[in-house]
Design a protein around this ligand. Structure first.
Ligand SMILES: [Fe+2]
Ligand SMILES: [Fe+2]
Length: 205
């Protein structure tokens, strides 16, 4: 069984073209990516921000037709329906945070980056929400500039205090394709080994 991850699909949100430079056909690209990536028995995790309004139609068109064995939703700030509504519309698990152990790492899955307090809690926090706020070439800036995130200083502070334990998944950087959870974890571990505490967040591209 593979665990396939996506985030911030923002279906029914045409302003994403303007806000994040997405192509005008991003809705289909995201959906087709999820469809073609799926293998028998795969589980899908969505790190939140499914759509902006029109929830019924979006779920009928995009969520319920995806052939994943299970679909797990880690709620984002735009996912405002009740848990039972999501369970009735294609999701088999809904929550705000998901903690588990994957590939030897204690992993926290969330929409927004989580605060890190001590080594008792988790090794990696894989999250979404920032989109391409780190600019067009995040890999060119291993220290990750704060420049592009204007209104969410407290979230940036969480990343800074996390000492290289945060991994950002943003569709703008992955060509609108999903990524295996195994890849996200391995990239987070490799980044920490390579950069120590000098790279604030590993951006998956
Ligand atoms: Fe988002
Ligand atoms: Fe968000």
């Amino acid at each position: 069984m593979r665990i396939v991850c996506t985030t911030d699909t923002h279906w029914n949100h045409a302003q994403m073209v303007e806000y994040c430079g997405r192509p005008t056909d991003f809705e289909e690209r995201v959906y087709n990516g999820l469809l073609s990536f799926c293998q028998s028995g795969d589980v899908l995790i969505h790190f939140g921000d499914i759509c902006i309004g029109n929830d019924e139609d979006v779920h009928r068109k995009y969520i319920q037709t995806l052939p994943y064995r299970h679909r797990w939703l880690v709620r984002g700030n735009h996912d405002k329906k009740s848990d039972s509504w999501y369970m009735d519309h294609g999701w088999t698990w809904v929550g705000s945070l998901m903690r588990s152990k994957y590939f030897g790492q204690r992993v926290m899955l969330s929409h927004k980056p989580q605060p890190w307090h001590s080594e008792e809690e988790w090794d990696l926090n894989i999250h979404g929400h920032f989109h391409n706020a780190f600019g067009p070439e995040p890999e060119a800036h291993p220290e990750v500039t704060k420049y592009f995130i204007r209104d969410e200083a407290q979230l940036v502070d969480r990343v800074i205090q996390g000492q290289s334990r945060h991994v950002l998944l943003a569709l703008e950087y992955t060509g609108y394709q999903p990524v295996l959870l195994r890849t996200l974890v391995e990239r987070g571990v490799a980044s920490r080994q390579l950069w120590g505490e000098n790279k604030l967040v590993e951006v998956i591209s």
